[in-house]
Structures are given as C-alpha cells and as structure tokens.
Design a protein around this ligand. Sequence first.
Ligand code: PEP
Ligand code: MN
Length: 348
Amino acid sequence: MIIVVSPEATPDDIDVIVARIEETGRQAHLSVGTERSIIGVIGPDDPSLQDIFESLPHVESVHRVTKPYKLVSREFHPGASVIDVGHGVSIGGPELAVMAGPCSIENEKHMVETAIAVKAAGANILRGGAFKPRSSPYAFRGLGNDGLRHLATASRETGMPVVTELMSVRDIDAVCEHSDIIQIGARNMQNFILLDEVGMAKKPVLLKRALSGQIEEWLLAAEYIMAQGNPHVILCERGIRTFETAYRNTFDVNAIPLVKELSHLPVIADPSHGTGKLSLVTPVAMAGIAAGADGLMIEVHNNPEHALSDGPQSLTYERFASMMRSVAGIASAVERTLPGVWAPAAAR
Ligand code: PEP
Ligand code: MN
C-alpha cells in the first residue's frame, strides 16, 4: 500500500502516520519528494487498512500496490532513481554509464593498462571479476583477494569507480572494501541470503538477470535488497537462455523498456554476455541504448584469444573505441550523453 502525504504535512505529522502504520505490525518506507512525500507500507496486504489510513490527518490518498514488489515499483517511486556510485559518477541520469574491462582480473599490470585504455575510449566505470562463476570447476576461477587489490590499484590510477562480482557472503567485507559497486551475477540472482547481505551492506548493487529469470523474479530479487534498507540497486539485462544455440544467450531487448515501466531503478545493458559473440556486441549495445538502457557493461581485452575467460565476446581496445563512436549517435538520438570524450562540449 502507498500513502500519499498532503503537501502541508510537517515531519512531525509524518511521524504520526508512520507510528500508526507500525502499530499495525507493518513497516513504513518514507520517500521524501520535492512536492509530495509518499510512504510505502510493507507487510501483508489487508484491504481494510485502506480506510484506516485514509482517515488519518494529512493523508491525501491511499493506493493499493497491485505488484508483488513494492519498493522497486514505479508506483512507489514515480521518478527515475539516480544512483551515486562515487568518484563523481552516477547511474540513471542523462549521462550514460559505461562499465568496461576484462571478464577476469588477470594481473595488476594488465588491469591498470586496460583501465587506462577503456577510460581513454570513454568508459567511466571499470569492471573486472576476481571471483568467477565458471561452469567447469577446472576453469580459471579468478584471483580472489589478489584480484580485488589489482582492481583497486587500477581504480586509484585512473580515478574510476569499480564494479566486481560477489559470489559468497564469505567475501563481502573484502569486496566492499575494494569496490564501489557489488555485482550479483546471473547465477546468484535468487541466492536470497546473499541478497539479504548486500541489502544490509548499503553499497550500490548491480543485480544481473538470471539465465532463466522472469521479469517478476528479477524485480523481486531487487526487492530483497531494497527491503533490507539498501535503495542503491541497478538492474542489468545480460541475456537469457532460449532454444537458440547460434549465440551464447538471447539478449532480451524487450526487458529494458518493460523494466523501466515497472520500476524506477536504472537498467544496464550487457551485450557481451547477452550475445557471447564479439561481432554482435556493438549492434546489441546500440539496441540497448535505443531501448532506454541507462548504460552498458562491455568486456574488453587487449588480446581476446588469450583472455582467461570470455575471450570470444571481448572487444579489443580499438573495437571498444569504435563501439563507443557507434553508440554516441544512438545516445544523442535518445537525448542521452556518453561520458568523457564523447560528451558534447555543452554537457561536460
Ligand atoms: C561477468 O560479468 O563476467 C559474469 C559472469 O556475468 P553473468 O553473471 O551475467 O554471467
Ligand atoms: Mn564474463
């Protein structure tokens, strides 16, 4: 249920409404807007509460949220959320976020060189995996804590915020220490204990869609994080499994405008995992931005043939720079700007 508070209500008046909500055994999530404040009532749905809340002083209206997710829904937060990820970068505003870097962190020198190259081409967030979910237990599974340190070094050298995957609660302190955004990978989208923990961590979280994740399941996974008090959630469409085997995954472009309609959270398009094929990355990146994505996640490697993971979908530095030029045209068509060198002079 959502309670719209009258514009003249004071903070004390709002406290009275919140206290009444809590008396019913439900939680109140206050969202203070410039014109109006709204209070989300979280807990079991009981239609009889509508009349009770409507009769309270300074309550303008009460609406039942029909969706199973509440804090994530557009009904609860009509404006788009903009998430500050530090180092002067935010996600969800007019400037697109471009997260780029290798699939896996390989060594310090490689990480710093890649960071410098992707930044020069216009990326504003650095990616790299230290804990890698691999289908085979014999494949390279990441450098772990050493990798996190290399990523932090690359962040310091370039001033870019970093995103890296957290696979286990065991590593949450180390990941929070060295990273600006915690990535929850596709395979962990419904690891509910992990979602609870990152909800308590209060750092921005990039929540990837599961391989067979339905939109509602994905938004409910985001709700887990928000329900623990962490509003800084960014969604990432990274392709789903279908009958098609000509590419690794089927990038679901429909999901982008739909999720933006259903939710106020920013959405990132990941055409690298979404296609698994380097020749498809640029056109699908363009499609993602055209469909309304708030940014991109792109795997970049100077020597994809020798990458320790996901070489076939990794762009070289030159191809990444060329992709940025292609995306720049689409970005301006949808009235967004690309960071760094691609921002029109007036927007810098
Ligand atoms: C990754 O970003 O390298 C990754 C493993 O992503 P996903 O969880 O989408 O497969
Ligand atoms: Mn990868």
